[in-house]
Design a protein around this ligand. Sequence first.
Ligand code: NDP
Length: 313
Amino acid sequence: MILYGGAVDGRQNWRTALATALGEANLAASVAMDPEAIPIDEVDYLLLDADGPTVSLAKATRLKAIFSLWAGVDWLVCRDDLPRNVPLVHMAEDGMTRGMCDYVAGHVMRYHLGLDDFLSGRPARDWDTTAPALSSQRTVGVMGLGVLGGAAARLLRDIGFQVSGWSRRRKDIPSITCFAGHEELATFLARSQILVVLLPLTGSTERIVDASLLKQLPEGACLINAARGGLIDDSDLIASLEEGTLKHATLDAFREEPLPRSHRFRSHPRITVTPHIASVTRPETAARAIVRQISRTEAGLPLEHVVDWSAGY
Ligand code: NDP
C-alpha cells in the first residue's frame, strides 16, 4: 500500500502519475490518496510534503520507506515523531533536476553576459565594441554537488564555464575542480566569480553565506541562492551589496515564505527575487522515480538518496 500524504490539491495529478508509473513498471500496489481514510498500519510506503495534512505515524508499523516529495528535508528532519528506523528518502527526479539546471543556467548566463545593462536600456557605455568575456574566461562555483548541484555544475561545464564545486565529501567529476570541507572553502570561493548555492539547510550550513564568506569572493562577484533562505545571513548579504563586494544577488528561497511585500530584498536595486520557483517536483517524473525506488526495495536492493539523520540531509 502506497499512501500519498502530500498537498490536497495535488491528489488528482499524483493519483494519475502513480497509476501510470506503476503500470509502466508492471508493479502491483494499491494507492490511497487520503491519509484520513486509511489506517496507517496498512501503509508500506508513505509520500509526504510540507503542504500535506499532518499524518500521525505512531501506529505506522508496516512502513518500509518514507518519501519526501521535496528535495530538501529540513522541514521533515525537525519532526520528532518520524521513525528513525524507517529509511527517509529525499526527492531526486529528472523533472526537478532539469528545472533546476534551467534556472541556474539562465541566471548564470544573465550575469555572464551582463544582460541587465542592456535590458535596463541604460547601458554603462552608449557604444562599446570590446569583445565580451567568453564563458571559458568566467569562473563559476557551485556550493553543494549533490543531485541538483552536481547536475547544474555539469551543465555549466558543458556550456564552457570554468566550474568549481564544493561539498562535504570529496567528489571526482571530469573537468570540474572539486573542493571539499571547510579547509578548502577559501580556495573554492576565491575562484567563484558567480557563486551558485545548492546546499541543504542543516545545522552545519545555516547562515553559511555570511560576511566572512562573502568577503572571500572575487570583487564584484554575483550570488545565486536556489536552495534555502536560512543559508544566507540576510543583513550580511545586504551589507556586502552596499559595500560593493557583491555586485548582485538572485534569491529564490527565503526565511519567511512567501517573502513579505515589505521585505527589503524586494526593493533592493541589486537583488532579484524569484518566488521559490527554481524547481519543483513534477508528479509524472517524480512518480516514476518513487516507483523505481519501491521496485528496488521489493527486489531487496538498497534505496537511493536516503537521508543521513546525523548529517541532517
Ligand atoms: P543533495 O542532498 O543531493 O546534495 C546536497 C549537497 O550539499 C551534497 O553535495 C553535500 O555534500 C553538500 N553538503 C551538505 N552539507 C554540506 C556541508 N556542511 N559542507 C559542504 N557541503 C555540504 O541535495 P539536492 O542537490 O537534491 O538539493 C539541494 C537543496 O536544494 C535541497 O536541500 C533544497 O533545500 C534545495 N532545493 C531548492 C529548490 C527551489 O526551488 N528553490 C528545489 C529543490 C531543492 P556530499 O556530496 O558530501 O554529501
